[in-house]
Design a protein around this ligand. Structure first.
Ligand code: ZN
Length: 117
């Protein structure tokens, strides 16, 4: 049955070629979707990096605007703010208690200050 065999073979090959084409098309689609997702994530990353830079700049500005406090013990401007708490009595008026630690190695004392709101 030689002629039928070759016809059958032709049908099988043609069939699998069509399936192969479908698979390739599907893979292309998936790759396109993945490329789009990667582009989307790249944009998101860029946006996040920009935000992070903004925050870093804000922290730098805050540290520049809040220079070290004058330590009441050694009189040097080496008092570093370590913590801010709401004032125990006047918290409703926005008062805060600032906790400082002196960074002068010869002093190193801690002290608190009331900050009016
Ligand atoms: Zn001190």
């Amino acid at each position: 049955m030689e002629p039928f065999d070759s016809i059958e073979k032709l049908i099988t090959e043609h069939g699998s070629a069509a399936i192969l084409r479908e698979h390739i098309a599907l893979l292309k689609e998936q790759m396109t979707a993945k490329d789009a997702k990667i582009k989307e994530l790249e944009v998101l990353l860029k946006h996040t990096e920009t935000k992070l830079d903004d925050y870093k700049r804000q922290v730098d500005r805050f540290q520049d605007e809040k220079p070290a406090d004058r330590c009441p013990f050694c009189r040097r401007t080496t008092g570093q703010l370590t913590k801010l708490d709401p004032h125990p009595v006047f918290h409703f008026q926005g008062w805060k208690v600032a906790h400082y630690k002196c960074s002068n190695p010869q002093c190193g004392k801690t002290y608190d200050k009331n900050l009016e709101g």
